[in-house]
Design a protein around this ligand. Structure first.
Ligand code: ADP
Length: 407
């Protein structure tokens, strides 16, 4: 066992055709290695592994996730890390939907696997892929405890008024229909970092977190507990996203089916993969959209305006929903990097005590930083998210607790 891997956590984030992994020390946050397998099950599959300051990318046939996990194990071995004997504390898995069953990090056993399978109807695009990652890790590392960390968990305690859809209550109860919320690991981690950054007790903080990546969500958090969030029963609700529509009139779905004769699966693909920014202007990468806006492209301008309009809508709603507002925080790819989005989202809000400092906002950075003016009543921050570290910490803590609880 090597000293630098003892107690480390291997974090898996398995998608339908990808597998991201990271080996990280939960206490220090030191990343020992990370990698990604892409286009699993496809002709053009490839893997990238980064360790000891070196990045290796190779085209390699990856018929399934287990093959990708085995190839990752080989990459680790090539760099002197024998995963089986590395003294890992846990393998931590991101699982998108916990349904009604799971709202805490959970040690994986056969029952947990069957239960995650059962609730896969709530997240057919995500949970089956997450499970494949779990099964591959258990095959490879049978002696290391696997922990499932659910994207919905943080929002389990949403107040009923925010969690409930106004539909027939018996139908909702029978089919587990409620607002679950997603990106919970990120919202919890970032809101905790905000309290640390400000040197304040989280119990006294009212804040809004804007997680703006390819997927995007907003949350209102009071005293460390979520009071509202923009994603719902699935990650389709809320903000405009890279390829997802966010909020729409549900009547539109009926119309597409009855009048446009699209099947349910076609509507699913339309709303999840061909809508949002991509649907409006053909692009979902924010850097390309910004370049198109600058070049005068009208579709990109419209897409950008719709994106900002929806963001401000949620900012307004959440500001009203909180007793006071101490901080607004931007995170994830767009939130951390796009000064333009941050400026346009908060334009003209001085009357609510929200004042950006244009130079601070324009300055690039990789760490948590304040971008509001000194005289802003509300702190505006950029805080990089780190879901892998949060999963590693929760996994290690659970394993330590369960070991401590044994006779
Ligand atoms: P996810 O994890 O949801 O796939 P990320 O949090 O990695 O997404 O965010 C991806 C988004 O971040 C993309 O739209 C990308 O264009 C955007 N992004 C990354 N870097 C920049 C940048 N420098 N400026 C603007 N947008 C950026």
């Amino acid at each position: 066992m090597s000293a630098d891997t003892a107690g480390a956590v291997l974090v898996f984030n398995a998608g339908s055709s990808s597998l991201k992994y990271q080996l990280v020390q939960p206490d220090t946050g030191v990343v020992i290695a990370d990698g990604i397998a892409e286009r699993i099950g496809d002709a053009g599959s490839s893997m990238t592994h980064e360790q000891n300051g070196e990045t290796v990318t190779e085209s390699v046939p990856l018929p399934d996730h287990l093959t990708a996990v085995r190839r990752a194990e080989q990459f680790f071995a090539d760099n002197g890390t024998d995963l089986v004997h590395a003294g890992l504390a846990a393998v931590g898995h991101r699982v998108v939907h916990g349904g009604r069953s799971f709202y805490e990090p959970t040690l994986v056993d056969d029952w947990v696997i069957s239960e995650i399978k059962r609730i896969s109807t709530l997240a057919p695009l995500h949970n089956p892929a997450n499970l494949v990652g779990i099964e591959a890790a258990r095959t490879l590392l049978p002696d290391v405890p696997s922990v499932a960390v659910f994207d919905t968990a943080f929002f389990h305690g949403l107040p009923p008024a925010a969690a409930t859809y106004a539909i027939d209550r018996a139908v909702a109860a029978e089919h587990a229909i409620r607002r679950y919320g997603f990106h919970g690991t990120s919202h919890e981690y970032v809101s905790g970092r905000v309290a640390e950054f400000l040197g304040k007790d989280p119990a006294g903080l009212d804040q809004i977190v804007l997680h703006l990546g390819n997927g995007a969500s907003a949350s209102a958090i009071s005293g460390g507990q979520p009071v509202d969030t923009s994603m719902g029963m699935t990650p389709l609700e809320g903000l405009v996203m890279g390829t997802r529509s966010g909020d729409i009139d549900p009547g539109l779905v009926l119309h597409l089916n009855r009048v446009a004769h699209l099947s349910v699966d076609e509507i699913d693909t339309l709303l999840n993969q061909r809508s949002g920014l991509r649907g409006l202007c053909g692009e979902n990468d924010f850097r390309s959209i910004a370049a198109l806006v600058d070049a005068g492209d009208e579709d990109a301008r419209r897409a950008y305006d719709v994106y900002i309009h929806r963001l401000r809508h949620y900012l307004g709603a959440y500001t009203f929903g909180l007793a006071k507002l101490d901080a607004i925080t931007f995170t994830a790819g767009v939130g951390e990097n796009s000064a333009r989005v941050r400026a346009d989202a908060l334009e003209g809000l001085q009357r609510f005590g929200i004042v950006l400092d244009p130079d601070r906002n324009a300055a690039a950075g990789r760490s948590a930083r304040r971008i509001s003016a000194d005289d802003s009543a509300v702190e505006v921050l950029v805080v990089p998210t780190n879901e892998e570290l949060a999963i590693a910490r929760q996994s290690a803590a659970l394993v330590a607790d369960s070991a401590g609880g044994q006779p």
